[in-house]
Design a protein around this ligand. Structure first.
Ligand code: NDP
Length: 325
């Protein structure tokens, strides 16, 4: 029998965890490989995670080797090849940004250290919990023995939304669209960029006008999370879980020459300061993310990329000042 792969999900008792775990158990992440699941929760979420574990058992998934629920990060991350860091401290009423960053530093710093202590050599880390880019940066800073390239944050949901909104506007299937990019932070400052996108091989910029792009498309994609909350009554969960699967699936199996978007550590490409975890156009080749090189960046794009990257720089400064890096 193939050796099982160990996958940890934090915040496993939450909404995203509920949508995510069944897809991992059914083999949608690693393919036909048995999976050991580790569900990390805090005390308040433990019962929900235990309940999810019972339902996972009831799924009788042929590939599901085992499910363990724990409140201890070291046990959760021991031997993991994939860690999906979903649990994070949400912003509560009256909470300042520094308080939010500090609370999350208290979660992601120790989790980075626990990954450093016990994760498998091939570990891949995807941070979903917000502020995702900066939480990934904190975790990476506490894991000096794990290459920084293994720490990523999710902008795939933003990317998927950007593709889907363009497809809806033009009345084409999403499969007709290629070359969409989301740059920067997973926040309202993100920049969904169509300047390199094609629709059935034609440049997207020939098919939509600039007014729609600036006034409708970009804000719609960037604020889609709020739109979902307004309509559904709670935040997006299944689409976030689906995007997390897409991100890790593509990282493991490759993007086949196409590109997608992921927040990865900057090597200085496109003027993004080295070391920041920022969203870029990426390809997955031989199990590694590569930033797509050499794209022309027009003035419209430059301004928006710079604004989102400036927000990431400010977040990095804030967590540095708090001693979290
Ligand atoms: P969700 O499962 O809905 O969301 C979890 C995190 O994902 C939040 O930080 C959320 O950010 C973020 N997120 C990122 N992208 C998206 C997106 N597109 N749509 C929605 N959310 C997104 O939260 P729940 O409250 O249901 O569950 C969180 C669980 O985490 C709880 O069970 C809690 O106990 C647990 N937890 C675990 C920790 C641990 O394991 N150490 C630490 C802290 C909490 P945002 O808040 O901005 O929506």
């Amino acid at each position: 029998m193939t050796t099982p792969v160990t996958v940890a999900v934090t915040g496993a008792g939450g909404q995203i965890g509920y949508a995510l775990l069944f897809r991992i158990a059914s083999g949608q992440l690693f393919g036909e490989v048995p999976v050991r699941l580790r569900l990390l929760e805090i005390a308040a979420g433990r019962a929900a995670a235990e309940g999810t574990a019972l339902e996972l058992q009831d799924g009788a998934f042929p590939l599901l080797h085992s499910v363990d629920v724990t409140e201890d990060a070291r046990s959760a991350f021991d031997g993991v090849s994939a860690a999906l860091l979903v649990g994070a401290r949400p912003r509560s009423a009256g909470m300042e940004r520094a308080d939010l960053l500090e609370a999350n530093g208290g979660i992601f710093g120790p989790q980075g250290a626990a990954l450093n202590a016990g994760a498998a050599d091939d570990v891949r880390v995807l941070v979903v919990g917000n502020p995702a880019n900066t939480n990934a940066l904190i975790a990476s800073a506490h894991a000096p023995d794990i290459p920084a390239e293994r720490f990523t944050a999710m902008t795939r949901l933003d990317h998927n939304r950007a593709v889907a909104q363009l497809a809806a506007k033009l009345g084409v299937p999403v499969s007709a669209i290629d070359g969409v990019i989301v740059w920067g932070n997973h926040s309202a400052s993100q920049y969904p960029d169509l300047s390199h996108a094609t629709v059935n091989g034609r440049p997207a910029t020939e098919l939509v006008d600039e007014g729609w792009l600036a006034d409708e498309y970009i804000p719609r994609v960037a604020n889609r999370g709020a739109e979902i909350i307004a309509v559904r009554g709670s935040s997006s969960a299944a689409s976030a879980a689906s995007a997390a699967i897409d991100h890790l699936h593509d990282w493991v199996h490759g993007t086949g020459g196409h590109w997608t978007s992921a927040a990865v550590v900057s090597d200085g490409s496109y003027g993004v300061p080295t070391g920041l975890i920022s969203s870029f156009p990426v390809r997955s080749v031989d199990g590694r993310w590569e930033i797509v090189p050499g794209l022309d960046i027009d003035t419209f794009s430059r301004e928006r990329i710079d604004a989102s990257v400036a927000e990431l720089v400010a977040e990095r400064e804030a967590v540095r000042a708090l001693g979290l890096l």
